[in-house]
Structure formats: structure tokens, C-alpha cells
Design a protein around this ligand. Structure first.
Ligand SMILES: C[S@@+](CC[C@H](N)C(=O)[O-])C[C@H]1O[C@@H](n2cnc3c(N)ncnc32)[C@H](O)[C@@H]1O
Length: 242
């Protein structure tokens, strides 16, 4: 990695009362250069660097005026957005509490709650230029179940983006490698000019997470009618333009 320097590995000396996996997690945190850099630069999460790296590659943030941050807590991505686009109005949502960030409206609620899309839309006050989703479902340890749960969130985020982006807008979401990715890609390709996958260097190599970056939203009339869109959303199936 280039962004942050490497120090010799630190070990946890007193492991009493810790499980082996919590010791491993703590050692990884202690030795992670992105964790150190986030602390030094005032970002609330190491995840901030994933968005910075995606932005360097795809030019996502500068000039954005309305941005949605799905899975905002603890707030690293919104901090990056406000730094690179200080005038952007940002609206975020998370199950967990998030400390306030200037210029960011935060909802503590489940994005899958029926009331969530309207709350976000009302707070946004217009079409978004950028919809970000770093949401991940809590894992239960069963690979396929974890994959399906997170992909359900991503698909709902994609439909939210399709319904709320301005023409030319961008959607970025965390996805997990596995079975249902091709459905999501088909959906996005029918609504966006370009759809790419990226694994930013800050994303841990051992993790199955990837990011999908869909740019050049074709607009509300680019694809089927609102009825068809709603039907597909309810049935959670991908939809190609005719
Ligand atoms: C990896 S963290 C996001 C980190 C964030 N991008 C940052 O830089 O600080 C994923 C977040 O998604 C949230 N999340 C998961 N499922 C959610 C749901 N159904 N509704 C809202 N937030 C959800 C989790 O609570 C968690 O805070």
C-alpha cells in the first residue's frame, strides 16, 4: 500500500479474557496502517480510504450537490464527501447512531423500513447526484446466507438510486462476491451508461467485498414504467430494458 507507511507488527501481550478471534481482530487493528492514518487525519473509519481511492479512480465526488450515504455510521464516507464537496447536502441513514457531521442530515433507522425512502427523499429536497451504499448485513457465519442478506440491501439501494438520481448521476455500492451479482449487474446496466467493479486497495484482500460503480444514470424514462419498476422491486428480480 502507498497511502500509509508500515511499522513492525504489534502483538497483544495480555490475551486473558479474550477469544482467539478477538485477539486476531485487535492485532489486525493495531497493525493496520489505514486505521492509523484515519486516526491521524480525523476520519471516523478506515473505510473512508476506500471512498477516497474510488473517488481518485472514478471522479465521483467533486461538484456533487446532493448525496445519499446509505449505511453512514460511524460517518467516514460522509466526512470524505463534505471535504471534497463542501457545499454538498448529504443525507445518511444507519441502524446505528452516528455523531453529527456538519451539513449532513442523519436518520437512525432501518433502510429496509417502508418509511425510509420517503424520509431520505424529503430530506434531500431534490434529485441526488450521488447515491452511496456501504451497507453490509450483520454476518451470521453462513456464507450463502450472509451473501444473500447483503445483496438484498444492495438491490434495495440500487432501486432507491434508480428512483432518486438525477440524469447523469452515480451509484456506488458494496457488494459481496457470489451467486446473485449478475442480476444486479443486469439491472444497473439497463439504467447506467457504465458499470464497473472495483476493489480499492484499502479493502482487505481476504474480504469478499467489492464495489460496484455505476455512472451516467440514463434518467427516469430510460427504462420501463414505474409500475414495472415497482413490480420488479417487490419481487426482487433484476430487470432489463426492453
Ligand atoms: C461498513 S459500515 C459503513 C461505514 C461507513 N461507510 C463509514 O465510512 O463510516 C456498514 C453500515 O451499514 C449499516 N447497515 C447495515 N444494514 C443496514 C440497514 N438495513 N439499514 C441501515 N443501515 C444498515 C450498519 O449498521 C453499518 O453501520
Amino acid at each position: 500500500m502507498s497511502r500509509a507507511g508500515r511499522n513492525p507488527d504489534k502483538r497483544v501481550k495480555n490475551t486473558r479474557g479474550r477469544t482467539a478471534s478477538s485477539t486476531r481482530w485487535l492485532e489486525r487493528q493495531l497493525n493496520d496502517p489505514y486505521v492509523k492514518q484515519a486516526k491521524a487525519e480525523g476520519y471516523r473509519s478506515r473505510a473512508a480510504y476506500k471512498l477516497i481511492e474510488l473517488d481518485e479512480r472514478f471522479g465521483l465526488i467533486r461538484g456533487a450537490q446532493r448525496v445519499v450515504d446509505l449505511g453512514i455510521a460511524p460517518g467516514g464516507w460522509s466526512q470524505v464527501v463534505r471535504k471534497l464537496a463542501p457545499k454538498a447536502a448529504v443525507v445518511g441513514i444507519d441502524l446505528l447512531p452516528t455523531e453529527p457531521i456538519e451539513g449532513v442530515t442523519i436518520f437512525q433507522m432501518d433502510f429496509m423500513d417502508d418509511a425510509a425512502p420517503k424520509a431520505l427523499e424529503d430530506a434531500l429536497g431534490g434529485k441526488a447526484d450521488l447515491v452511496l451504499s456501504d451497507m453490509a448485513a450483520n454476518t451470521v457465519g453462513h456464507k450463502q446466507t450472509d451473501h444473500l442478506r447483503t445483496m438484498g440491501l444492495v438491490e434495495a439501494a440500487a432501486w432507491f438510486a434508480i428512483e432518486n438520481l438525477a440524469e447523469g448521476g452515480t451509484f456506488v455500492a458494496k457488494v459481496l462476491a457470489g451467486g446473485t451479482d449478475s442480476d444486479l449487474l443486469a439491472l444497473l446496466k439497463s439504467h447506467f451508461k457504465t458499470v464497473k467493479h472495483a476493489k480499492p486497495p484499502a479493502s482487505r484482500k481476504g474480504s469478499s467485498e467489492w464495489y460496484v460503480v455505476a455512472q451516467g444514470f440514463k434518467g427516469q424514462n430510460s427504462c420501463p414504467t414505474a409500475d414495472a419498476t415497482r413490480a420488479a422491486r417487490a419481487g426482487r428480480t433484476a430487470l432489463d430494458c426492453p
